[in-house]
Design a protein. Structure first.
Length: 141
């Protein structure tokens, strides 16, 4: 009698079920890891921007007093700062109410970081708002 060397329908269904279960576990974990890395990149960009503002303070003894509401506007002020985060993911802005202080922000525009607000002030206060999935306790990663 000749033996069949193919797979049965039951075997194929078992493989599909196992693959589906593994994908159901792996995809959300991967998405969270990518989201956290995106937040870390924005945090690094804010720290680099803060360093550039501190360098400016050392030269002229004041911070900029104009608020900048987008990344392009900030780059025109601080020409040596180039964010690594893509413009489609975060919008960078600054709040400079006084020449003696500032707060720089990164606001998420899409994906897992949408509406996420990451902030850094001149006195070192770091916050994250609206990022419960990526930073549950509201502190920097």
């Amino acid at each position: 009698m000749k033996q069949n060397s193919g797979f049965t329908l039951i075997e194929l269904m078992v493989v599909l079920v196992i693959t589906s279960i593994l994908a159901g576990i792996a995809v959300p974990s991967y998405s969270l890891a990518v989201g956290r890395q995106t937040v870390k990149g924005a945090q690094q960009d804010l720290e680099l921007l803060s360093l550039q503002l501190e360098k400016r303070y050392q030269r002229v003894l004041s911070y900029p007093t104009v608020n900048h509401d987008n990344t392009v506007s900030l780059q025109s002020l601080i020409t040596k700062w180039i964010p690594t985060s893509s413009a489609e993911v975060f919008n960078f802005s600054s709040e400079n109410a006084l020449a003696t202080g500032y707060t720089v922000n990164a606001t998420g525009l899409s994906g897992l970081v949408e509406d996420c607000i990451i902030s850094l002030s001149n006195d070192g206060i770091k916050t994250i708002l609206n990022c419960d999935d990526l930073a549950p306790n509201g502190t920097w990663l």
